[in-house]
Design a protein around this ligand. Structure first.
Ligand SMILES: O=C(O)CCC(=O)C(=O)O
Ligand SMILES: [Fe+2]
Length: 303
């Protein structure tokens, strides 16, 4: 079954408030947050969260203010990230040329497909995940932001046969996805993939997947969900936000759609759309009871 969801409930803030009033409120909120940043009563962790909020309010995504340290290989396997040893001057990025000068509004459109793989393939990828539990590594964000993401990752170089199977399936499906996401067809130059495990307390705060020099050719994000039956965790929903692209930044609006991580289902959405993974509750804390995904990005050619 394919759903293409595009309707919304609530109204956006700027429908209700005048632009000037909204500006005043934004400035006031930033000033309030700024004073908290200087307060000795606030922990460093809370200060970091406030700093992210301020950056978000002024339209800078934490994913964007430093170029990604991910170096995807040409064969499409996502590679482990390496922390940069020191801060170096950022060269004028090529992706400036694709920065949005006029505001572009992205509704939280997505395509959700149930029973994406056969039951045997669904079982096989779970077996792969469980048999390689000791080869997962902690995830990072492109900015190495603290407390922004908690999960572990198995790189696709460790499951090449399943990578190829999934890649073919994704490439077959892509032509029907683009029109539903209001996207022009494009040549997929690379299919990035990783296997991600979220266990008790894991999450991924609001971000988008294509906001840096290394990621701007990502067009479509896909997330294939799988887990043991019966399901042993709760939470872990994906929230997909209405997003405004303005002056090179992606700004999330209040409205979002919720995608449940259902076994053997997949979701596709525009990689520029802001999204987050809500905290997972997995009382047993056993690896095999967690929320698993095969997730990644369909890239366009760089031109
Ligand atoms: O697990 C999900 O639902 C989304 C994961 C995600 O946003 C990412 O890996 O960039
Ligand atoms: Fe993401």
């Amino acid at each position: 079954m394919i759903e293409n969801k595009s309707e919304f409930g609530g109204k956006m803030a700027h429908d209700i408030l005048s632009v000037d009033r909204l500006k005043q409120l934004t400035n006031l909120s930033i000033e309030t947050l700024e004073s908290l940043l200087k307060s000795p009563d606030i922990s460093s962790q809370q200060k970091a969260e406030i700093a992210f909020k301020i950056l978000e309010m002024v339209g800078v995504s934490p994913e964007n203010f430093k170029p990604s340290s991910i170096s995807p290989s040409t064969n499409g396997f996502s590679k482990p990230t390496q922390p940069s040893p020191k801060t170096e001057p950022v060269p004028a990025p090529d992706y400036q040329s694709v920065i949005q000068t006029e505001s572009l509004f992205l509704p939280a459109d997505h395509v959700f497909i149930e029973n994406f793989l056969s039951p045997e393939e669904n079982q096989k990828i779970l077996e792969i995940a469980l048999s390689k539990s000791d080869q997962f590594v902690g995830s990072t964000t492109t900015t190495q932001a603290v407390n922004y993401r908690q999960s572990s990752i198995l790189y696709a170089t460790l499951f090449p046969d399943f990578y190829n199977l999934m890649r073919n399936k994704l490439l077959q499906t892509c032509p029907e996805i683009c029109p539903k996401l209001n996207h022009k067809p494009f040549n997929v130059s690379q299919v990035e993939m990783q296997l991600t495990a979220h266990n008790d307390g894991c999450f991924y705060k609001i971000h988008n997947d294509s906001g840096s020099e290394k990621t701007y050719t990502r067009v479509i994000t896909y997330v294939y969900y799988f887990h043991q039956e019966p399901k042993q965790f709760s939470g872990g929903e994906l929230r997909l936000y209405e997003t405004e692209l303005k002056a090179g930044s992606a700004i999330s609006h209040n409205n979002y759609k919720t995608i449940e991580p259902r076994n053997n289902s997949i979701v596709f959405f525009d990689s520029r759309c802001k999204h987050e993974v809500m905290p997972v509750c997995c009382p047993s804390r056993k690896f095999e009871d967690g929320r698993f995904t095969l997730n990644g990005w369909l890239r366009r050619e760089d031109n």
